[in-house]
Design a protein around this ligand. Structure first.
Ligand code: WTA
Length: 655
C-alpha cells in the first residue's frame, strides 16, 4: 500500500466491520454484552462452570476484604486436569496439543494423551523430589515442550511455579528465587538462539550456589552441551522423569489455591511477585481465549509467539489454549533463523489459523520488507491478535494487509501481568475496529477513563485507565507484600484499580491506549522499570549517579536512554568514552539481562533535579526524543539542561 493510500484510509477514520461469514460463526454473539451487563456475577459463574469443578462453588465473589478478592472460593478444581485429562476423557486423546518446532528444525507433535502421560510423570518426579502443595518452583527454561510440562506438573500437585524468562541474568534469577523461597529450579543445559547454542545452566549454577532454599536443580537436556555438575543437587530431567509411572491421580485444590507467581517491573528497583490463583484465573483466560481468539478446537491451529517467561505465555500458550483444547504451535527460536521468512514458513507448513503477537515484532517485519511474508502462503490465517504495547495505525494496517490479506479481523488486546487475562479488546465477530484502538472492555469487565480527581472524562476526553470492578483473573496480591499491593494499585483512586496506563476515548467511545504514565518503560512489549536500570548502572564502580528514561523508538516502542554521572567528577572519560559506555551496557545486561541494555548512554556532568532533589525525567525524555525543552523553571540549576542538550547533539547513538 502506498503511503498516500494509507493516509487516506486513516483520515477517513475508517471502521473495519467483521465479515458476515466470520460474524455468523463467531463464538461470541452480540447478546453477550447485554448478558454480562444484566448480571455480571452470574455471567462469570457461567464462564467458570465451563471448567470442570470437583466441587461446585456457592459464592461467586467475596469482596468483603477489598482489595483482596476471593472468587469461587468454596469451589475445588485441578488446573492441570482441566487443561489435559479432561480432553483425553472426552475422547480427544489423539488430538495434537503441541506442534513443537525447534530452531534447528527438529519437530515434535504431542497429543493430549501423550501430554497427560508426560505431565503425570513429571508430577510424580516432583513428588519424589519432595515437592508438596504450596511449595514454590522456579522454572528457567527455553521455549521447549518441557517448559509447558513443568508448569502443568506444578499445577497438578499444587506447587506454585515462578517462571523466570531465560533471557534474564543469574542475578535476576537469584533475587526471584530468594523472594519466593523456591526449593527447586527447573532448567536446561542450553538453548538454540540465532543458529548458535547458548548456555543456560551456568546462570542457574551461579544463582543456586547462593540460594540456600534451593534443594535441587532439574536439568532438561536440550542442546547436549557440556555443563558443570553438582552431584548433591543436580538431576537430569530424563533420568528422573522418564522412569516414573505415566499415571498420576490429580488432587483437587480450593479455587483460591496459588497457581503461580510471575515477577514484573514496578516503579521501584525491586520487581513485584504478582500472585495468581487457580479457579478465577483459569476461568478468565479460558473465557477470553474462547471469545476473543475465537478458538474452534476441532479446526484451528493457534500460535501465540510469546515466551513462557512473560504473562502472555502463561495465559495464552499454557492455560487458556489448553483449557480450551487447542492445537497450537510452539517455536523455540528467533524469527530470522535461518532467514527472515521463518515465521511465515511456520504458518504455511503448520497451516496456522490464529496468530497472536506483539507490535514490536510487526514493526520489525515491516522493516525487513514485504517480500518475506509474500514468499509464503498465509491463506490459512483467519484471525490476528496484538498484545503488549500500543499498536500504531501504520503497523495495524500492514498487519491486516500483508499478513492477513485483508481478510482477517484484528484484535488489539490490552491487559497486564496483574490482570491475568485480556480486559480490553474487540470481539472479532461483533466489534467494528479502528486501526490502533483496543476499542472497548470485554463483556464482564468494567473500566473507566478518569481525570486527576477520578472523574470520568467521557467521550472525546483523555486521562487514566482504571478498572472499576473486580474480575476473576485479577492478581491476588504481591508475594509477601500486601501493603505494596494496596499502595501500588488501589490508593491512587480509592476503590478502583489503577493500571498505570494513560488512555483516551474518541468521540465514538472507542478506547485508545496511550502508554504508561509511571516510570515503567515498555521496550519491545517488555516492562522495564527506569529505577531498576538506574540501580544496575550505579552498581558499577565508576558510576556516581544515573537517570534513565524511555524514549520513543520506531521499532521497539520505547528505547532505553541513560544519563550517567561518573565518580570523581570525571566528565570526559579516557578516549571518546566509547569503551566505558560499552562496558556499562554489558554491566546492565549482566545485572538484569540483555533486554535491559540501554540503547544509548550519555556521560553528563549533572542531572536536572528539582530543588527537593527529584530527577526531572520529563526533561531528559525531551532531550532523548530531540524535542524542545519543556518548562524547566523548577530546576535547581537551570543551566544543567544546556550542558546535557549540547552533549546529546554530538553523541552518536549506540548500535
Ligand atoms: C502495555 C502484557 C497498549 C500496557 C500482556 C500495560 C498495552 C503493560 C497493550 C502490561 C495494548 C499491553 N495496547 N498497551 N494492547 N497490551 N500493554 O504486564 O502499558 O507485560 O500496562 O502484560 O503493557 O505489560 P505486561
Amino acid at each position: 500500500m502506498s503511503h498516500e493510500a494509507l493516509e487516506n484510509l486513516l483520515k477517513e477514520d475508517r471502521v473495519f466491520e467483521p465479515s458476515l461469514e466470520f460474524a455468523a460463526e463467531a463464538n461470541a454473539q452480540p447478546e453477550i454484552y447485554a448478558e454480562a451487563d444484566a448480571d455480571r456475577l452470574a455471567f462469570w459463574a457461567k464462564q467458570a462452570r465451563l471448567l470442570h469443578w470437583d466441587q461446585d462453588f456457592t459464592q461467586v465473589l467475596d469482596w468483603s476484604d477489598a482489595p483482596f478478592a476471593q472468587w469461587f472460593a468454596d469451589g475445588r478444581l485441578n488446573v492441570a486436569y482441566n487443561c489435559v485429562d479432561r480432553h483425553v476423557e472426552s475422547g480427544h486423546g489423539d488430538q495434537i496439543a503441541i506442534r513443537f518446532e525447534g530452531e534447528p528444525g527438529d519437530q515434535r507433535n504431542i497429543t493430549y494423551s501423550e501430554l497427560l502421560a508426560e505431565v503425570s510423570q513429571a508430577a510424580n518426579a516432583l513428588i519424589e523430589l519432595g515437592i508438596t502443595a504450596g511449595d514454590r518452583v522456579a522454572i528457567y527454561l527455553p521455549m521447549i515442550p518441557e517448559a509447558i510440562v513443568a508448569m502443568l506438573a506444578c499445577a497438578r500437585i499444587g506447587a506454585a511455579h515462578s517462571v523466570v524468562f531465560a533471557g534474564f541474568s543469574a542475578e535476576a534469577l537469584r533475587s526471584r528465587i530468594e523472594d519466593a523461597s523456591a526449593v527447586l529450579v527447573i532448567t536446561a543445559d542450553g538453548q538454540n538462539r540465532r543458529g548458535s547454542v547458548m548456555p543456560l545452566k551456568p546462570a542457574v549454577d551461579e544463582a543456586a550456589d547462593t540460594s540456600p532454599t534451593v534443594r535441587n536443580v532439574l536439568v532438561v537436556k536440550r542442546t547436549g552441551q557440556e555443563v558443570e555438575w553438582n552431584t548433591d543437587r543436580d538431576i537430569w530431567w530424563d533420568d528422573i522423569v522418564a522412569r516414573q509411572e505415566p499415571v498420576h491421580v490429580p488432587e483437587s485444590f480450593p479455587a483460591e489455591h496459588p497457581l503461580f507467581i510471575l515477577y514484573t517491573s514496578g516503579t521501584t528497583g525491586k520487581p513485584k511477585g504478582i500472585l495468581h490463583t487457580s479457579g478465577g484465573y483459569l476461568t478468565q483466560v479460558a473465557y477470553t481465549h474462547r471469545v476473543a481468539h475465537d478458538l474452534k478446537p476441532d479446526t484451528d491451529v493457534f500460535w501465540c509467539t510469546a515466551d513462557i517467561g512473560w504473562v502472555t505465555g502463561h495465559s495464552y500458550i499454557v492455560y487458556g489454549p489448553l483449557a480450551n483444547r487447542a492445537t497450537q504451535v510452539i517455536y523455540e527460536g528467533t524469527p530470522d533463523t535461518p532467514d527472515q521468512a521463518r515465521w511465515w514458513d511456520i504458518i504455511e507448513r503448520h497451516k496456522v489459523t490464529i496468530l497472536y503477537t506483539a507490535p514490536t515484532a510487526i514493526r520489525t517485519f515491516m522493516k525487513w520488507g514485504d517480500e518475506f511474508p509474500q514468499s509464503k502462503d498465509l491463506s490459512s490465517l483467519r484471525l490476528l491478535g496484538s498484545v503488549g504495547e500500543p499498536i500504531n495505525p501504520e503497523a495495524w494496517m500492514w498487519y491486516r494487509d500483508v499478513i492477513g490479506g485483508n481478510a482477517c479481523p484484528i484484535i488489539d488486546t490490552w491487559w497486564q501481568t496483574e490482570t491475568g487475562g485480556m480486559m480490553i479488546s474487540p470481539l472479532p465477530g461483533i466489534t467494528g475496529t479502528k486501526p490502533g484502538s483496543a476499542m472497548r472492555a470485554l463483556p464482564g469487565i468494567s473500566i473507566a477513563v478518569v481525570d486527576e480527581e477520578g472523574r470520568p472524562v467521557g467521550n472525546g476526553g483523555g486521562g487514566y485507565l482504571v478498572l472499576t470492578e473486580p474480575w476473576p483473573g485479577m492478581l491476588r496480591g504481591i508475594w509477601g507484600d500486601p501493603e505494596r499491593y494496596k499502595e501500588t494499585y488501589w490508593s491512587r483512586f480509592p476503590g478502583w484499580y489503577f493500571a498505570g496506563d494513560g488512555a483516551k476515548l474518541d468521540t465514538d467511545g472507542a478506547l485508545w491506549l496511550l502508554g504508561r504514565v509511571d516510570d515503567v518503560m515498555n521496550v519491545s512489549g517488555h516492562r522495564i522499570s527506569t529505577t531498576e536500570v538506574e540501580s544496575a548502572l550505579v552498581s558499577h564502580p565508576q558510576v556516581a549517579e544515573a537517570a534513565v528514561v524511555g524514549a520513543a523508538d520506531e521499532t521497539t516502542g520505547q528505547g532505553i536512554v541513560a544519563f550517567v554521572i561518573l565518580r570523581g567528577g570525571i566528565t570526559q572519560p579516557g578516549g571518546d568514552g566509547s569503551a566505558l559506555i560499552q562496558e556499562l551496557r554489558q554491566h546492565v545486561a549482566k545485572e538484569i539481562g540483555p533486554i535491559a541494555k540501554p540503547r544509548q548512554i550519555m556521560i553528563v556532568p549533572e542531572l536536572p533535579k528539582t530543588r527537593s532533589g527529584k530527577i526531572m525525567r520529563r526533561l531528559l525524555r525531551d532531550v532523548a526524543e530531540h524535542r524542545d525543552l519543556g518548562d524547566s523553571t523548577t530546576l535547581a540549576d537551570p543551566n544543567v539542561m544546556n550542558l546535557i542538550g549540547a552533549k546529546m547533539e554530538t553523541a552518536p547513538p549506540e548500535d
